[in-house]
Design a protein around this ligand. Structure first.
Ligand SMILES: NC(=O)c1ccc[n+]([C@@H]2O[C@H](COP(=O)([O-])OP(=O)(O)OC[C@H]3O[C@@H](n4cnc5c(N)ncnc54)[C@H](O)[C@@H]3O)[C@@H](O)[C@H]2O)c1
Length: 272
């Protein structure tokens, strides 16, 4: 199959960051599988990407279901004879204090954000190891690199994704497989509107988020693929994040102060 078009699977490909990654991959001459649970948006987007030539296919895929993930990835590999990229990107957000959460909230977010990534990685890695090449990109978050008060469940899932991905980055090297984690900060996507807010007023949270400087998903996608081509273990494309890392390493007290401020500001959205 050498010389044939590269193949990418992008979970959560029907919206936000996943959608922008699909567009950028097509621009870079990669055939993309848009894998999502949003049939309406996924099919529309497939049509848009295929306007001039066939560059993509939408497939319904719920990443929480291992058998479905195994089926889709295996079928795509069998059909195309290769799997160049797997972006385990589907994710949901959840805000709330731990004492307001139920165990069902935990299960819901762990299922999508962590098990969804594990399910894809488990199958994608075996296939790529066998073919001797390929690149897995797992979307975590800046919330996977440090504390995120009043979003501790989200932060838990993203820390786990960073741990899994950075470990596998080295484990996979000997087999020709590349593995990277994407850690964005604020990207302008529907995730904030869609998020589950537990005992918090969504409007107040949205007002707080609107004060953040957001990066466009298109810009993020370009920077992400630059990081992928450089085989970075952690792709952290927001300059503010890097500046803050240096600042907080030098001044840890300032970090504590910021985290306490995040708590205080987030609690202003409490309903009861
Ligand atoms: N937007 C940000 O600021 C930001 C920052 C850091 C990390 N992230 C991460 O980036 C990823 C993409 O987020 P986004 O901002 O583009 O959000 P988004 O809401 O725009 O897109 C998420 C997509 O995932 C899909 N999805 C949800 N559950 C699914 C499931 N079970 N199976 C398959 N698909 C499912 C949704 O239908 C949607 O199309 C997430 O993992 C998110 O945690 C986002």
């Amino acid at each position: 199959m050498e010389g044939s078009k590269k193949i990418a699977i992008v979970t959560g490909g029907a919206s936000g960051i996943g959608k922008a990654l699909c567009s950028e991959l097509v621009y870079q001459n990669v055939f993309v599988i848009i894998a999502d649970i949003n049939d309406a948006e996924g099919k529309l987007f497939e049509k848009e990407l295929n306007k001039n030539s066939i560059n993509s296919r939408y497939i319904y895929l719920n990443v929480t279901d291992f058998k479905s993930v195994e089926g889709v990835i295996t079928d795509i590999f069998k059909e195309f004879g290769r799997l160049d990229y797997l972006f385990n990107n589907a994710g949901i957000a959840m805000y709330g204090e731990l004492y307001d959460m139920t165990i069902e909230d935990w299960i819901d977010i762990m299922d999508v954000n962590l098990w969804g990534v594990i399910n894809g990685t488990q199958i994608g890695y075996l296939i790529m190891k066998e073919q001797g090449y390929g690149h897995i990109v797992n979307t975590a978050s800046a919330a996977g690199l440090g504390p995120t008060p009043v979003s501790s469940a989200y932060s838990t899932t993203k820390h786990a994704v960073v741990g899994l991905t950075t470990s596998l980055h080295y484990e996979a090297e000997d087999f020709g497989v590349k593995v990277s984690t994407l850690c964005p900060t604020f990207v302008d996507t529907p995730i904030f509107e869609e998020a589950r807010a537990i005992n918090l007023n969504k409007n107040v949270i949205m007002e707080q988020f609107k004060k953040q400087k957001m990066m466009s998903p298109q810009k993020l996608a370009k920077l992400t693929l630059d990081g992928v081509h450089k085989n970075k273990a952690i792709i952290c494309p927001m300059p503010l994040r890097r500046t803050m890392d240096i600042f907080f390493t030098l001044f840890p007290q300032a970090h504590k102060g910021l985290m306490r401020l995040v708590c205080k500001v987030s609690r202003k959205a409490r309903i009861s």
